[in-house]
Design a protein around this ligand. Structure first.
Ligand code: FAD
Length: 388
């Protein structure tokens, strides 16, 4: 890989590869702990939604490794995940006014039970959060279904990727002309590279039956393409800037007593290692004469999140949904939150749903794990070069 690790990642990121590695090293342990807490490990989604783009929802999963274990044993879940608590998400109540929410539990209420309050004007959404719940949605323990090699591939997977690149990214000729169009391509390519890194790092050796890293596979999919590696770092910068941006608000949110207070401390440990220079979102649409490009960007990204319903492998679809939702949430925070405007704060931060936050932190964890794996593969590669 011919990346100069002392160089900045892109014109919009005033941070080097080395600096990201450093940040990641500092937060990795806390992030792993965080995504293993009850609050962050359960994600709700509609696993069997009809693919909206082509009539080919006949995917099946032949191996257990691509299936998803859905939570059915409700009794084993903590109290705040019992149906009556979660019920707030599904019930059709009218919006409760601010006064009815007790201060003590405001955060958990906001996250768990304000389905109506977060009916956000459609023009600031980069994904359809209503897609995640409703009839037919299931609660999944993400930690019980790790993102890894599933055997999914061939014609079906390549149809999804080519649809994303071909129909939903801006055309090749357009990237390079505008930072926004470039950023869009990098987001998708970074997601694709991150998935390839996970499946290479946690790969099933069919001869030995053992799971473990496969250096050759990683090199063929990611390592031999410096731009793909760089795009993962770019995505890390994007998501970490979004987290940095909501830090002042998280600090004021209060958890219910029934919820583990150490979670908030862990979040703050992570956020305190991030900084604002990793990504300058103000440059992305700078100089654009109208908001048309931004709208176009948003609509195209929303389509990418919907294409996930066309993925045939359950587990891949689930992680695809989590991560595209995480990116969509990041983009909303970056491009729609104006910190100097109280109105925009209320529209964006106060209405973030529990599942958007879960997706956001899990997406950051996925990227963090990818960066860690890239460094691991680099070591393996050097050992091999030295004939070790
Ligand atoms: P693909 O990865 O399918 O790539 C197709 C083409 O895209 C390549 O030939 C190349 O020209 C181009 N390309 C590849 N990578 C990049 C990049 N980073 N940037 C730009 N262009 C690129 N498989 C699993 O084992 N586990 C999973 O969890 C998993 N999750 C998935 C989630 C989604 C949403 C999708 C669509 C697929 C998922 N897959 C998963 C399948 C996996 O992504 C590959 O499609 C599969 O392994 C087949 O790989 P391939 O070598 O044929 O090329």
């Amino acid at each position: 890989c011919t990346i100069d690790k002392g160089e900045v990642i892109s014109p919009t990121c005033d941070v080097t590869f080395d600096e990201i590695n450093d940040i990641n090293h500092k937060i990795r342990k806390d992030l792993v702990n965080l995504v293993h807490t009850d609050f962050f490990k359960y994600f709700r989604l509609h696993l069997y939604k009809q693919c909206p783009f082509w009539n080919q929802n006949n995917g099946f999963c032949v191996s257990r490794s691509c299936a998803v274990d859905v939570v059915e044993d409700w009794d084993s879940l903590p109290e705040y995940f019992q149906p009556e608590v979660l019920g707030g998400l599904q019930e059709n109540e009218t919006i409760s006014d601010e006064g009815s929410v007790t201060e003590d539990c405001k955060f958990l209420d906001d996250l768990c039970a304000n389905d109506k309050k977060r009916m956000i004007e459609p023009d600031i959404e980069y994904c359809d959060v209503n897609d995640l719940h409703g009839e037919g949605s299931v609660l999944v323990d993400l930690t019980a279904n790790p993102e890894r090699f599933t055997g999914y591939g061939g014609q079906e997977a390549s149809q999804i990727w080519s649809s994303i690149y071909g129909e939903n990214c801006f055309s090749k000729g357009e990237t390079g002309q505008s930072l926004a169009k470039d950023a869009f391509y990098r987001l998708v390519s970074g997601l694709h590279a991150s998935i390839a890194t996970h499946l290479s790092n946690d790969h099933l050796n069919t001869e030995t039956g053992k799971w473990g890293p496969d250096l050759d596979l990683f090199m063929a999919r990611v390592g031999n393409f410096p731009d793909r590696v760089s795009n993962m770092y770019f995505n890390y910068a994007v998501v970490s800037k979004a987290l940095w941006k909501i830090k002042p608000y998280l600090d004021h949110l209060r958890f219910c007593d029934s919820y583990d207070p150490s979670v908030k401390a862990t979040i703050m440990n992570i956020l305190s290692q991030l900084n604002s220079k990793v990504f300058n979102e103000d440059l992305i649409f700078e100089g654009e004469l109208s908001s048309k490009l931004k709208d176009d960007f948003r609509i195209r990204f929303k389509n990418v999140t919907k294409i996930m319903d066309c993925v045939h492998c359950d587990r891949c679809r689930m992680w695809g949904k989590v991560q595209t939702t995480g990116y969509a949430t990041s983009l909303k925070i970056l491009f729609e939150l104006d910190e100097s405007d109280e109105n925009s704060k209320q529209h964006v931060v106060d209405k973030l749903t529990k599942y958007e936050l879960i997706a956001l932190f899990n997406t950051f964890d996925r990227l963090s794990k990818s960066i860690e794996s890239v460094n691991g593969f680099e070591k393996m590669y050097n050992v091999r070069l030295e004939g070790g």
